[in-house]
Write a protein that binds this ligand. Structure first.
Ligand SMILES: Nc1ncnc2c1ncn2[C@@H]1O[C@H](COP(=O)(O)OP(=O)(O)OP(=O)(O)O)[C@@H](O)[C@H]1O
Ligand SMILES: O=P(O)(O)OC[C@H]1O[C@H](OP(=O)(O)OP(=O)(O)O)[C@H](O)[C@@H]1O
Ligand SMILES: O=C(O)c1cccnc1
Length: 468
């Protein structure tokens, strides 16, 4: 496509692309945006090396002139985006590229790859965090992640979404995420004895969490952990034990009794084994005595919904006379009809209660802050509407790149994580429940809606009059 644009002389025409997803992941009431840091890293290194160009030449698909042009390629144009940790919803732009057509086109797949994955994992993490409450929850997924990059960036996204620490030490180093972990069954198997293994571990570590389920949790694992903790006394910090199999409600209660009877009332019970928000909620209902949750596979692979499904669509394009013309993608499936025009998303907060009323999608030249009231209506069911009078409108898409230059000061990961929790506080609980949440309104301004309808009718007219 880049070669076509270049050869046909439209490569430098201004094009606006927007990235959005159509359905809320996991049936959740909100999603947590993540991926911007990696998008910036990607854009910063965007160029074609000599070996890239030689490779492209070897495919015999490209003109020499086009390949010469690629030698000096660099990102130019502007990117507006939701910022990491903010809440985002379906059918609203969460990233926007306003750039020469060829540049915007090149970014499509990379941006989708990054935002689709990281937003999905941050959202899954937030769902899990919502059921663990104040208990610590640890990211344990690296061994099951879809390769190493997913493990590291997925860990970062999970941290944004509410996880407290990770067993991925590289993610700890790269992003300053707290690291935490216990030990595996192999250590116990190497000694073929719980007691010998825990003793060896205790003699080589200060902080100790013993994995007690290798042979028999109640008969061997926990008694051995207690014995080692007593023998080592102050020489170690006996943090607790981890259970990784069996009926975790029953076993955790038994383990709690044993630890308490031995005087280790502060020792914590860690649990892992295919946990997710459903199992955790269920274990809590059963009053399982679990203090710390280790979650791996089902978080890092977004097990119950492995793709967010975000798309990247051309919404406006410069015509031959230099005017911007809004574009549409039509489908017989209503949800797949794109909304034309360069847009902005405004989070509307009712000043009376400080809670979010919904998101209001306008064309980019509209500013609801200049209005006394906003008429919000559902674009699918226009009879569902409301007028808001005392409100605050916060723009969700922020300037990240302007005319090729990075203009966004990236906050620290800690700030991002905190901002995510603050944004969630502004959402009514009805949108935050795990099961069948209320649907958060994402409404189009009248101007944006009318523009869409007009273009839709024009395109239908055009198609109906085609003759071949
Ligand atoms: N009391 C409980 N209520 C609901 N789910 C539980 C309870 N206890 C354990 N689970 C979950 O049930 C599943 C049990 O899986 P599975 O049978 O594979 O584990 P296991 O046999 O105990 O151990 P292993 O992983 O070694 O095979 C896990 O997802 C676990 O988190
Ligand atoms: O279950 P997850 O949520 O993915 O959490 C991580 C799992 O990884 C480890 O298991 P391991 O690879 O040793 O296999 P196991 O299932 O036999 O314990 C650990 O003991 C957890 O069970
Ligand atoms: O530290 C742990 O106990 C751990 C880490 C990753 C996966 N499973 C367990």
């Amino acid at each position: 496509m880049m070669q076509t644009y270049w050869k046909k002389g439209i490569a430098n025409r201004r094009a606006v692309f927007e990235l959005y997803f159509r359905q809320m992941p996991f049936g959740n009431g909100y999603a947590i945006f993540a991926g911007l840091q990696r998008v910036i890293e990607y854009v910063e290194q965007l160029k074609f090396s000599d070996s890239d160009i030689e490779y492209l030449r070897s495919t015999d698909q490209f003109d020499d002139g086009f390949l010469d042009y690629l030698k000096d390629f660099k990102f130019e144009g502007s990117i507006n985006s939701a910022v990491e940790g903010d809440l985002v919803f379906n059918n609203e732009p969460i990233m926007q590229v306003d750039a020469p057509l060829l540049v915007g086109q090149l970014l499509e797949t990379a941006l989708l790859n990054i935002v689709n994955y990281q937003t999905l994992i941050a959202t899954k993490a937030a769902r899990i965090k919502s059921v663990v409450g104040d208990d610590p929850v640890l990211e344990f997924g690296t061994r099951r992640a879809q390769e190493m990059d997913a493990a590291v960036w997925g860990t970062r996204a999970a941290y944004i979404g509410g996880f407290d620490a990770t067993s991925n030490v590289r993610a700890g180093k790269l992003f300053d995420i707290p690291i935490s972990g216990t030990h595996a069954h192999a250590l116990v198997q190497a000694y073929m004895s719980d007691y010998e293994a825990f003793k060896a571990y205790a003699e080589s570590h200060y902080d100790c969490v013993f994995l007690v389920d290798t042979f028999d949790t109640i008969k061997s694992g926990v008694p051995s952990a207690i014995r080692v903790a007593k023998e080592m006394g102050d020489k170690i910090n006996f943090q607790g034990v981890r259970i990784d199999s069996g009926d975790m409600a029953y076993i955790s209660k038994r383990v709690r009794e044993m630890l308490d009877e031995a005087g280790f009332t502060n020792a914590k019970i860690y649990a892992s084994n295919d946990l997710d928000e459903k199992t955790i909620m269920n274990l809590k209902m059963q009053k399982a005595k679990i203090d710390v949750w280790g979650v791996g596979t089902k978080l890092i692979t977004a097990y119950d919904q492995p793709a967010l499904g975000a798309v990247y669509k051309l919404v406006s394009f410069e015509n031959v006379t230099g005017e911007m013309v809004d574009t549409i993608k039509i489908s017989s499936n209503a949800i797949k009809v794109s909304t034309p025009g360069k847009k902005q998303v405004w989070r509307i907060t009712d000043l009376a209660d400080g809670k979010s009323e919904g998101d209001y999608v306008t064309l980019a030249d509209e500013d609801p802050r200049k209005q006394d009231s906003i008429f919000m209506f559902s674009p699918d069911y226009t009879y569902i509407n409301k007028t808001i009078e005392r409100f605050e409108a916060r723009p969700i898409l922020q300037h990240i790149y302007k005319d090729g230059k990075l203009v966004y000061n990236q906050p620290s990961l800690q700030q991002i994580k905190r901002s995510s929790a603050t944004h969630l506080d502004l959402l009514w609980d009805e949108y935050k429940r795990d099961l069948n949440p209320q649907i958060y309104p994402v409404d189009l301004s009248q101007k944006c809606y009318d523009n869409k309808m007009m273009i839709l009718h024009d395109m239908h007219d055009y198609v109906n009059h085609l003759k071949f």
